[in-house]
Write a protein that binds this ligand. Structure first.
Ligand code: MV4
Length: 509
């Protein structure tokens, strides 16, 4: 087994991987940029090395600097986490050349999935169902016109190098095709330095459901059920759950078997995710494969009882999967909330700053994967994901109830977070009855925010009682926390009245 693993990442995922290393008796090496010297992953690792300026290109994306640290520290493997270099085939190749095991798929498997058109060609050969359209880049406007006419409007134009909705255009009518094609091309060129664009039939109000797969280096591939990821905003996932409320055992088996064939067609090893679009008739279509451990992997861990990071490390170490497909079972329900440092009152804009007070939820059925601590300053240089709060229950209803309870225990002072958004989502009738397609969140956010609506009688009463308690407890009970609450209150009034208004604001969130 590896003696020492370098984690080429930061934040909650670096902490997650360090924990797995320590459970397995493996030393963990952290790397950090100049603004991450005091980050949690640095504190939890056994060794830590500075790798340069905050800009990711100077640090977490710098292949040479990371390989230098691997050599200097004597690490025999590298875990890339997600984002940064995790899906970079050049990095995987450089690791192999440096004699350090990359914990993930081979560079060749990443290359096969990196281009969407190349992936569609591979799936075509393997007989995998994918959305009707072209498997090669469009060569002319006339060709786009011809294909769109054949598959029927609405159509979707997508960048071959794309992801995250960049270079994507929905086209409803033939007269809009020309300008959409030009727009998609120039955006693809600007974002990826690759103007290749292909065309697909558009699925209206799809669900986004993905299947977790694991493949060992002996050729065994299994699926670990699905995750429902339809709750997104601007192509950013917000809530994920497992299992999907719309997938039954039969559909799970069919999707799982297709996912395994996708992985095998790419010569895939280690942990990966096969994404599907699901239409209103529950037909599913291959969309793309993510060649990394994903942010939302904990919901799969909770319903399968497996530790995906342990398994990734064992697979990278050349061991066969320790179980068969028949031994995998799904039990209970798990839901994940992505806690971001962003301001709900300012269009969910990133909100970096110092965390002055942190009250943490726990208790039955709650898992928290976090990269923050009280006193830490959230840098503005990276993705503002702070933590993931995951609720588990024997069924969906219990998972929701536990998460709602935990969200009410959670308090992050000094910065703005999106915690209040999850209280709204989890209490909405549509979410509770699982009517969640990819348009749900935009519809919810268009509704009037209840914080600006007049409070009902009960809420007012709670606010008055809380204000009274804070006023009576006053300075003594407040301690260091006082600054936390005051720091975002603009009023210069005496402390007690600030406490009252803070309490009122809290109760009305
Ligand atoms: C689609 C689609 C409808 N039809 N493709 C968005 C991100 C990118 N990875 C794929 N995306 C979509 N592709 C066809 N043929 C709708 C989306 C889409 C979407 C998909 C999943 C979750 C949220 C979404 C939000 C908008 C659009």
């Amino acid at each position: 087994m590896f003696k020492k693993i370098l984690i080429a990442n930061r934040g909650e995922i670096a902490v997650r991987v360090i924990r797995a290393c320590h459970e397995m008796g493996i030393a963990a090496v952290a790397v950090y940029s100049d603004v991450d010297r005091a980050s949690l992953h640095v504190r939890k690792a056994d060794e830590a090395y500075a790798i340069g300026a905050p800009a990711a290109s100077e640090s977490y994306l710098n292949i040479q600097k990371i390989l230098d640290v691997a050599a200097k520290s004597g690490a025999d493997a590298i875990h890339p986490g997600y984002g940064f270099l995790s899906e970079n085939a050049k990095f995987a190749r450089a690791c192999a050349e440096a004699g350090v095991k990359f914990i993930g798929p081979t560079a060749a498997a990443m290359d096969a999935m990196g281009s969407k058109t190349r992936a569609r060609q591979a799936m075509e050969r393997a007989g995998i169902p994918f959305v009707p359209g072209t498997s090669r880049g469009l060569e002319s406007f006339e060709q786009a016109q011809e294909v769109a006419g054949r598959i029927g409007y609405p159509v979707m134009l997508k960048a071959a190098a794309g992801g995250g909705g960049k270079g994507m255009r929905l086209v409803h009518a033939p007269e809009d095709l020309k300008s959409a094609l030009e727009g998609a091309r120039s955006e693809a060129e600007r974002s990826f330095a690759d103007s290749e664009v292909y065309i697909e039939k558009a699925i209206v109000n799809p669900r986004h459901i993905e299947v977790q797969v694991l493949a060992d280096e002996q050729g065994q591939t299994v699926y670990l059920g699905e995750r429902e990821c339809s709750l997104q905003r601007r192509h950013q996932k917000v809530v994920e759950e497992a299992p999907s409320p719309v997938v039954d055992a039969e559909m799970r088996r069919r999707m799982g078997e297709v996912a395994v064939r996708v992985a095998q067609a790419a010569g895939y090893t280690n942990a990966g995710t096969v994404e599907f679009l699901v239409d209103q008739e529950k037909n599913f279509y291959f969309l793309e494969m993510n060649t990394r451990l994903q942010v939302e992997h904990p919901v799969t861990e909770l319903v399968t009882g497996l530790d995906l990071v342990h398994l990734q490390i064992h697979i990278a170490n050349g061991e066969p999967l320790p179980f068969t497909q028949e031994q995998v079972s799904i039990r209970g329900h798990a839901i994940e909330c992505r806690i971001y440092a962003e301001d709900p009152d300012n269009n969910y804009f990133p909100s970096p700053g110092k965390i002055t007070l942190l009250l943490l939820p726990s208790g039955p059925g709650i898992r928290r994967d976090s990269g923050m601590y009280e006193g830490w300053t959230v840098p503005m240089d990276y993705d503002p994901l702070l933590a993931k709060l995951i609720g588990y229950g024997t069924d969906r209803k219990q998972a929701i109830a536990r998460l709602q309870r935990a969200l009410n225990e959670y308090f992050v002072g000094g910065i703005k977070t999106n915690i209040s958004l999850f209280r709204r989502i989890l209490s909405s009738p549509e979410f509770q009855t699982a009517k969640i397609d990819t348009g749900f969140l935009d519809r919810l956010l268009k509704q009037k925010d209840e914080r600006t609506a007049p409070a009902d009688e009960q809420t007012t009463e709670v606010a008055v009682i809380a204000a009274g308690m804070f006023a009576v407890m006053g300075q003594a009970a407040a301690g260091a926390g006082e600054k936390a609450v005051l720091s975002d209150a603009s009023s210069k009034a005496p402390a007690a009245s600030n406490w009252k208004s803070a309490a009122r604001r809290e109760a009305l969130r």
